[in-house]
Design a protein. Structure first.
Length: 365
């Protein structure tokens, strides 16, 4: 959320940008003092999962109903590594993320060639296959009993305290969020956005659209896997619920609630859903899905852009806009002059292959 605001504040004082970044980091460090530490850690995990999903949905335009496969695969892989090797949980979580990326390669290769609802259905079918394997392979996954007793190992640090574990997991989540932000604002991310907006023109310019979609699919799966591994270590348990289709639906709700394509709005959606579920569970209310579903419907009807998407749109609508044909101050609009804007329109940031821009240019196809 904070970094999205920073990206739109290039013309504003640097001290204000640093102040907002400080506020965001302070909120992250203060979270376990405000909420029960295991719940705060769940917010980190689900928030990262939702951000990973938004990379695919909001920035690549691909709606997956099977992301639980990567979250759950990593949860099991992380648990198995932690139980049988005794390695630090950082290594176990990384191994889980790599396992999620590994299964994402064949799934993505077959899925990204489909479009629209077909992509969603193919990913859902693969996720159900993963669920069936986890259920039947009881000797490894524990079947319906789940994988129990996942340890929190870290040399020199006692992670049995959930408070300590939160601060051990926080750097991993912050690093992954920074990676997600960098991907979106990189030349690669601009090409992914162009493929989403106008795939025909991107192909005409020479960009292999399926390869870009497959790459962002695997990256999204890897980050989702990191989140799933942290979640399994936080609870010391991995169950069939982690690979069930309702987990995929839950992350969709979080992303839509925060705002599709806002990236950091997913953190808001995850925080709201996790906190609401915890509050309902502790109050003894059993129909949690009824309440979260109602909240989802209200947001879709009243806030079409999501919570943070609506805020970001309101901020953008207040920014002064240049009149058509005018140039920013300090730049001339004369053809050929330094800093002059190109008169040739471009599609969603895609330039002709091989051309260079002041931001470093797009990658060669």
């Amino acid at each position: 959320m904070i970094l999205t605001v920073l990206d739109r504040m290039s013309g504003r004082p640097a001290w204000l940008r640093w102040a907002l970044l400080t506020v965001g980091l302070t909120a992250a460090f203060a979270l376990p003092w405000i909420l029960y530490p295991p719940v705060a850690a769940d917010i980190l995990c689900w928030g990262l999962f939702a951000v990973a999903f938004d990379l695919l949905l909001g920035h690549a335009g691909l709606l997956s109903f099977g992301h639980a496969a990567f979250w759950g695969t990593s949860a099991y892989a992380t648990g198995l590594i932690a139980i049988h090797s005794g390695l630090p949980f950082y290594v176990a979580v990384l191994g889980g993320g790599l396992a999620a990326a590994l299964i994402a390669l064949p799934i993505g290769y077959l899925s990204v060639r489909c479009g629209g609802i077909y992509f969603a259905m193919v990913t859902l079918a693969f996720a159900q296959m993963v669920y069936f394997i986890a259920n039947q392979w009881g000797d490894v996954t524990g079947g319906e009993n789940g994988l129990q007793g996942i340890p929190r190992s870290m040399p020199g640090i006692d992670l049995s305290d959930s408070f300590v574990f939160y601060y051990a997991a926080l750097p991993v989540v912050l690093l992954c969020l920074a990676v997600a932000w960098r991907i979106v604002h990189s030349p690669f991310g601009r090409v992914v956005g162009a493929v989403r907006d106008n795939p025909a023109r991107a192909r005409a310019l020479g960009y292999p659209t399926h390869r870009y979609n497959l790459t962002i699919f695997v990256i999204s799966a890897f980050l989702a896997g990191i989140a799933g591994g942290l979640y399994a270590v936080n609870h010391g348990f991995a169950s069939l619920q982690e690979v069930y289709w309702t987990t995929s639906g839950k992350v969709v709700v979080m992303t839509v609630l925060g705002g599709i394509g806002t990236l950091w709005g997913s953190l808001i959606g995850a925080t709201a859903i996790v906190r609401l579920e915890d509050w309902l569970a502790t109050s003894g209310f059993e129909e949690v899905g009824l309440v979260t579903g109602t909240v989802f419907i209200l947001v879709v009807l009243l806030f079409r852009r999501g919570v943070w998407g609506t805020v970001a749109h309101a901020l953008n609508s207040r920014e002064p806009r240049l009149s058509p044909g005018s140039a920013p101050s300090g730049k001339t609009g004369k053809p050929g002059a330094p800093g002059a804007a190109s008169a040739e329109p471009r599609a969603a940031g895609v330039a002709s292959p091989g051309t260079q821009h002041s931001d470093g240019g797009l990658p060669h196809p």
